[in-house]
Every structure is written in C-alpha cells, then in structure tokens.
Design a protein. Structure first.
Length: 399
C-alpha cells in the first residue's frame, strides 16, 4: 500500500530508568533492543506499527532520544553523527511515503524542508501536538501537510491559523490480565504537576482539595526538592519584576536570565509542595504503571489547563483499559467517548469530585460495574486497532 514511518521521543526519565533496569539491552542489536524496549508498554509503544502492518501498510517506528537503540542502528549501518543526523539517515534508508512526526517539537523547519528535498519518496508529512506550544514551535507545525492532535481545541486552533488539521484520539491496548489484581489503593493520580501557563494549575488545586478532605489519595509524580523550588521561584519572580520595570533587556546576555526566560513553569508555593510530597511516590511507566493503576479503586483524571472544554488525554483510556473506575473532569465531548455515570464518572468542580469519590468508595459493587463497563467501551471504541483504521483513513484522504 505505502511505507509509513513514525518518529517519536520517549520521556527521558522513563528511558533512563529502563536502561538502568535492563543494562544488558545496550549490548543487543537494533531489532532485539527495539523489541525489548517496546515490550515495556510505554505510551503508544509500537502499537501503531503492529496495527498498520495488519492493514497491509509497511510500518516502521523510530525513537529519536533512545540513544543506545539509535546508536545500535548507526553502528549497523555505518552512520556517524548526533541524534538528528541518525534519524535523517533512517528516513533516507527507509524511504517512506508517509512520515509521521509524533515528536513535532524537535525538528526545525529547515530540517523538515531538507527531508523533503533529500527524500523525494515522502508524499505526506504528519505532525502531532497535544501540549502548549510557542510561536517558534508553530513554525515547525506549518511545515507539515497535516497536523494531528488528540484535542479538538488544538485542531481548530491550527485550522484557524490556516493549517490542515484533524483529531486523532489517544487509544489503549486493554489489559484484562489485571482483572484479578486486588484493589489496595483508594484513589490514585498518576501524572505530572507542572506549574506554568496552560499546564496543571487546576489539577494541582483539585488534588490539594482532595487531600484536605481526608480522602486517601496516592500520587505517582515527580516532585522537585523544596530547596530547588525556592531558588527557582525566587529567580523566576525576579525575572518577572525586571520585565515589568522594562529592565529585562539589560540582562538578556546573562546565562541565568536566559535560562529563566525559557522556563515553562514557576514552582508552586512551598506549603503546597510539602503537602503533595507527603502523598507522592516516584512516577512509574509502562506495564509497571498500568499494574498500579489496576490496583486503584478509583483513578483520578484532570486534564491539562490548555485542553479547555475537550476531553482528550491518555489517562482516560489507560484507567478504563486496565479495568479501574475512572473519575474525570467533565468536558463537553466526554459523553461521546464514554457514557457518563455508567462507564465513567465525571465532576465539574472540587466539591463534586470529593462527593463522588466518597460515594464510589462506599459503593464497591456499583463502582466495579462502572469500571467493567468502561473497560468494555475502551476495548470496543478506543483500541489501537480502531485508531489505526482511523489514522489510515486520514492518510488516504490526504495522501
């Protein structure tokens, strides 16, 4: 049919921990190391590659920042250079007709234009965005033939800016093997708490309210040391003050000022940090995370601030996919994804979230019925098999 290549990046923390736990992987050849890494179940893993292959597409996957993996490919193909150069050589070697940059932030407009020039087989270039983006990053997106996003809000923003854009929702491979796992966690939240414009302010306030209510809430998140938060907050506030006074231009060449201007977050207040730290454990990834999510009676979900009115994140499908009861913030399209109060439970504010969490904890039979109905819906409408067919249709429409 056509040759498809998806280029992505994994969380650096996940990669660091995975290679630390599997040091033997670095000695494997590219294909062996690739299969081992994908078996971890991280994020989309290689599910699109597998599902598109079943649809007669020759599909490939590259992980830009998996250095040992990429260096293995480079050795086997006599290639030298950094991460971006290795990816360029992989594109040249594979000659895809369709190139999907799931990581659309790491490649400059010049790089993308050079790909088109040097690899004429590329007929369709897809991009992806599901997080706050800058004007500079927008210039990368404009090089794409089609921008994809899990959020209808982002897709409409891109259309308003004159780009072609479509919605491709996240998906999940349902894990029924966790059905017999004992539910030992009352309420679990697994995810980030980044404090910056468009990120997780509402989420942080919600979690703080649940903790104050006395609900037994477990966090799996990365919390910065308080001393580091204090220093960073002080620097950040100083930069804001200099800018307000019109003095920032006198410090643009200093290293500290330049770094502070690039920060996407100013830390939350110290008292809130202390409160969250008492309930937090280090983040987990892949199959380890999914097993922990399956142990939770309730998985809490709160979207990133920039999501606006639309439900879109991966946690919707991860929580339901492992067979846990999902308690999520209400969005205008949530009812299109799951039947509210039968397959998932939704709240509109912190007080309602606390009330519904308590009700679910006190009604285990009804809670389990919701969890099982949510898992069935996830398998029926939100599997990678379903999503791969939707992606194929979008490609065929635009190719």
């Amino acid at each position: 049919m056509f040759r498809f290549l998806k280029i992505t990046s994994f969380y650096p923390q996940f990669l660091s921990e995975w290679y630390e736990k599997h040091p033997e992987a670095k000695a494997l050849n590219y294909q062996e190391q690739y299969r081992a890494l994908m078996a971890s179940g991280w994020a989309w893993a290689d599910h699109y590659q597998k599902e598109l292959t079943l649809l007669s597409v020759e599909a490939h996957e590259v992980v830009l920042n998996a250095e040992p993996l990429q260096h293995a490919w480079a050795r086997e193909h006599g290639v030298q250079g950094g991460a971006l150069q290795i990816v360029f050589e992989q594109i040249k070697a594979l000659k895809p007709e369709v190139l999907f940059f799931q990581d659309s932030f790491s490649f400059s407009p010049d790089y993308l234009r050079e790909v088109r020039k040097v690899v004429p087989s590329v007929k369709l270039m897809l991009g992806w965005c599901a997080a706050p983006y800058s004007t500079a990053e927008l210039s990368r997106f404009r090089e794409m033939d089609l921008m994809l996003s899990c959020s209808a809000k982002f897709a409409q923003e891109f259309r308003d800016l004159g780009m072609k854009s479509e919605v491709l929702l996240h998906s999940f491979k349902v894990l029924k093997e966790f059905k017999s796992v004992e539910k030992t966690i009352d309420v679990l939240f697994a995810g980030s708490l980044i404090q910056g414009k468009g990120y997780h302010q509402a989420r942080t306030e919600l979690i703080s309210s649940l903790i104050d209510s006395g609900i037994d809430l477990k966090l799996l998140t990365e919390m910065a040391p308080i001393s580091k938060d204090l220093a960073k907050k002080g620097i950040g506030l100083s930069v804001e003050m200099l800018n307000r006074l019109g003095l920032g231009r006198f410090f643009t060449d200093t290293r500290l000022y330049g770094r502070a201007m690039r920060w996407k977050d100013i830390p939350i207040d110290v008292q809130l940090t202390r409160k969250l730290q008492k309930h937090s454990s280090p983040p987990q990834y892949g199959m380890e995370l999914f097993k922990t999510m399956a142990k939770a009676k309730i998985n809490l979900n709160s979207h990133i601030d920039v999501a606006g009115e639309y439900a879109a994140n991966m946690r919707l499908f991860e929580a339901t996919g492992v067979g846990s009861c999902l308690l999520t913030d209400w969005k205008v399209n949530l009812g299109e994804l799951f039947e509210i109060d039968r397959e998932v439970v939704a709240f509109r504010n912190s007080a309602e979230c606390i009330e519904k969490a308590r009700w679910l904890l006190n009604h285990p039979k009804e809670r389990e019925e919701i969890a099982q109905a949510g898992q069935r819906r996830c398998e029926k409408d939100h599997s990678f098999s379903v999503r791969a067919r939707q992606l194929l249709a979008l490609i065929q429409k635009n190719l």
